[in-house]
Design a protein around this ligand. Structure first.
Ligand code: ADP
Ligand code: MG
Length: 451
């Protein structure tokens, strides 16, 4: 059997032996990278998944490999290792090799040009998941071959999703590999300010600063809206660089066509190269980011706490990071462990920021959809095991997400007696601590509630 056939058969067996939600969350994007006798290298998309595969699913892949004829498999999991298939299927030729293991980006002294880069933004500490892997691959491709591939490279996304991090990582990477490279990072506000000063005081050589670089990175381009003179100046800067095959990298909170009053000629130039959006990170990516950041801080968080934070901050990685920092600072100052209870205490207030439109009905619909039951069956009197658990989960979610009273929860489920609701919710609360599958089921349903 060839490598591909082997892996398909392994995945097929995994799919049959783990719950649907676990398969989707953990195994779908795992790939066989190489197999050499008994040495097996498996590419996983992030550290969260790696931890799960080395932890509670430790024996699963090796045992299925044995069944498929691999003798004594020695399995190594590798994060950020793009398999050839992934790289090709995206039509972005990313480096096939793992990233350099040097974690710290050192800034050589550069008397001539101050790059404006912050060395803390590196590829090595950028967590890749399905929401940003395309952007990440393009960033790597440009970092390896600036000026030749995608010019300009244009990233857009909502706030706090990693644009600044990723574009600065490109700059830092380039300087690390080639200290002579002239890299300049500015926000469009700085560009604007310097241009205004130049016009007013003629005291700096504005054009030569911006036009004599190998890589120009301009952050937050949306603020060019409504500024005609700046648009014109940037247009000339762009042309001067592009003609010399110098790399231009731009970020914005919206795509070029949606930046209001952007001149037509500038818009079309922004669209010459590659325009990529960074999406909201999915649950597993958020967990991976938390695990990695806690790790950097030298703290090990349990899965329950990580999942709790990841569930409460869905749309902005800066806020997710902020919550983690708050938790770590609090537990440090008070000398308490950073557990889920501590986290709950700290971020209770932020629950108010959750979407208001969630209704009890939606909770029931999403829960029954998840378990492939009809809502009538879910709210029926049936005591079959396959229905009792989904019903208890629905009650738990009505409590945790909507803070309904017990009598109200009973009523939503078509019941008179609210003690059933209390029993069900207490049971789930206890079981969450012991049963990772249940936690995952809850996470998947919660995800679907806030999609
Ligand atoms: P944006 O520029 O899109 O508003 P930033 O790049 O400033 O977002 O990201 C906000 C914070 O989140 C930064 O501290 C950044 O390091 C962190 N961050 C964003 N995406 C990731 C990621 N994929 N992995 C690790 N940290 C991330
Ligand atoms: Mg930014």
């Amino acid at each position: 059997m060839d490598q591909r056939g082997l892996w398909q058969s392994v995945l097929g067996e995994i799919e049959l032996s783990v719950p649907k939600a676990s398969f989707a969350a953990l195994f779908k994007r795992v790939e066989l990278y190489s197999i050499n006798g008994s040495e097996v290298e498996i590419a996983v998309p992030n550290v969260f998944i790696e931890t799960q595969l080395q932890g509670r699913y430790k024996d699963l892949i090796p045992s299925i490999l044995i069944k498929n004829g691999v003798k004594n498999p020695k399995v190594n999991y590798r994060v950020n290792l793009k398999t050839k298939r992934q790289a090709i299927s995206r039509e972005v030729v990313a480096d096939d090799l793992p990233l350099s293991s040097t974690p710290v980006v050192t800034m050589p002294s550069r008397p001539v040009l101050k790059s404006g880069l912050n060395p803390k933004y590196a590829f090595e500490n950028f967590i890749v998941g399905s929401s940003n892997d395309f952007a990440y691959s393009a960033a790597q491709a440009v970092a390896n071959n600036p000026g030749t591939k995608y010019n300009p490279l244009f990233f857009y996304s909502g706030v706090g999703l990693g644009k600044t991090h990723l574009v600065q990582a490109i700059g830092n990477y380039v300087i690390k590999n080639n200290p002579a490279a002239r890299v300049l990072y500015v926000t469009i506000e700085t560009f604007t300010q310097e241009f205004v000063n130049f016009i007013r005081f003629k005291n700096q050589d504005f054009s030569s600063k911006y036009r004599n670089v190998d890589i120009l990175i301009v952050d937050d381009m949306q603020f060019i809206a409504g500024k005609e003179k700046i648009q014109e100046e940037f247009f000339h800067t762009f042309n001067a660089l592009h003609q010399k095959n110098k790399q231009i990298i731009i970020t914005s909170d919206k795509p070029p066509k949606s930046i209001p009053t952007l001149s037509e000629r500038l818009r079309s130039r922004f669209e010459w190269g590659m325009t990529i959006d960074i999406q909201m990170p999915d649950f597993e990516t958020r967990c991976a980011i938390l695990a990695a950041k806690a790790n950097l801080a030298g703290v090990e968080l349990d899965n329950q706490t990580i999942e709790y934070l990841a569930n409460n901050y869905r749309t902005n990685i800066r806020e997710l990071e902020g919550a983690l920092n708050q938790l770590l600072a609090f537990s440090d100052m008070r000398g308490v462990p950073p557990t889920i209870e501590t986290a709950e205490g700290i971020i209770e207030g932020s629950r108010a920021s959750r979407p208001q439109h969630l209704t009890p009905r939606q909770v029931l619909v999403k829960t029954s959809n998840y378990f492939e039951l009809s809502i009538e069956v879910l709210t029926s009197k049936s005591r079959t095991k396959d229905i009792v658990l989904p019903r208890q989960i629905a009650m738990y979610l009505l409590r945790s997400e909507l803070h309904l009273s017990y009598p109200k929860i009973a009523q939503e489920l078509g019941r008179q007696d609210h003690t059933t609701a209390i029993h069900s919710i207490t049971k789930i609360q206890k079981e969450i601590k012991l049963n990772p599958i249940l936690r995952e089921q809850l996470n998947s349903i919660r995800e679907s509630l806030y999609e």
